[in-house]
Design a protein. Structure first.
Lengths: 129, 156
């Protein structure tokens, strides 16, 4: 009797938590755990359009919207959309996300990004539907 | 006479070697790509551009390229230490097998074979929006990514 109650309780909890879990991104959660603060899509969007010392912004290659297919500013190579709403492969591999933040923050902003900026940026890109 | 013979031999050998080494010894390899390619090389290099076949340059060039990925032709292309080592290894194991010069350019387009082969093509052609630069092999050589640079299939 007791174990049946526990099982049904657990199932009810899972049913409640499932929609929340589906919308969360583990990589973003990791950044959140680091900063212990909140992230802003508006701040992320501002970063996306910031033109840095090399006259480059994220938008230079990824276009005005992270939903679009982009094009490498120098090599002409096609870049798959960055928004997970249209490209489910994005933001699923933490090492890959970190690799590109390191490279592209250096190229577009001329410096490394802070964890706060990474969280804001991901929040913005995840919000683009 | 005893001394002259070996000297003559050396002179003749170096002459014939010089005649054999095309493009001043700056010649791309044949084949350009080994049968088995490294998956990391394929995935990482093609993240931004065509993965250039290792046979385009000598091993010394690849070592230089791979040791400066954080400043890769004006872009930060840095990789983890493990991935850098694995890709470097694949490149230096399969470099051009016809490169005898000590020149080790960073750019494929600086090799003498490249300059000779592309000498007839004007700067205006390379500047076309669909091409953009000499390093965009695939714009004209449709099979370049798989190591096929056959020039008979190039559209005018």
């Amino acid at each position: 009797m007791f174990s049946t109650f526990r099982l049904s309780h657990l199932l009810a909890c899972l049913a409640l938590a499932a929609p929340l879990m589906a919308s969360a991104n583990p990589i973003l959660d990791g950044y959140k755990a680091e900063t212990k603060g909140t992230f802003s899509a508006a701040a992320g969007e501002k970063i996306y359009h910031t033109v840095g010392p090399k006259q480059l912004a994220c938008a230079s290659c990824h276009t005005d919207s992270p939903k679009n297919v982009g094009k490498h500013a120098k090599t002409n190579k096609t870049i798959d959309p960055m928004a997970p709403s249209v490209n489910a492969k994005r933001f699923t591999d933490a090492a890959n996300v970190e690799k590109w933040f390191k490279r592209n923050c250096n190229d577009a902003l001329g410096r490394a990004c802070t964890t706060q900026e990474k969280g804001d940026f991901m929040t913005y890109v995840l919000s683009v539907k | 006479m005893k001394l002259i013979k070996p000297l003559l031999l050396v002179a003749l050998t170096s002459l014939s070697l010089a005649a054999c080494a095309r493009y001043n010894g700056e010649d791309r390899g044949k084949p350009m790509l080994p049968n088995q390619v490294n998956a990391k090389w394929q995935a990482e290099c093609s993240g931004c551009h065509m993965a250039y076949p290792p046979g385009l340059l000598p091993a010394a060039s690849w070592k230089k390229v791979m040791s400066g990925l954080d400043k890769h032709f004006g872009t930060d292309a840095s990789l983890s230490a493990a991935d850098t080592a694995e890709i470097t290894n694949f490149l230096v194991q399969n470099p051009s097998n016809r490169w005898s010069s000590t020149a080790a350019p960073l750019r494929t387009t600086e090799g003498e074979w490249f300059r000779v082969k592309h000498g007839e093509i004007s700067a205006a052609v390379f500047a076309r929006a669909s091409i953009k630069s000499k390093s965009n092999c695939i714009a004209c050589h449709s099979g370049a990514a798989s190591g096929n640079f056959d020039d008979r299939t190039i559209p005018k």
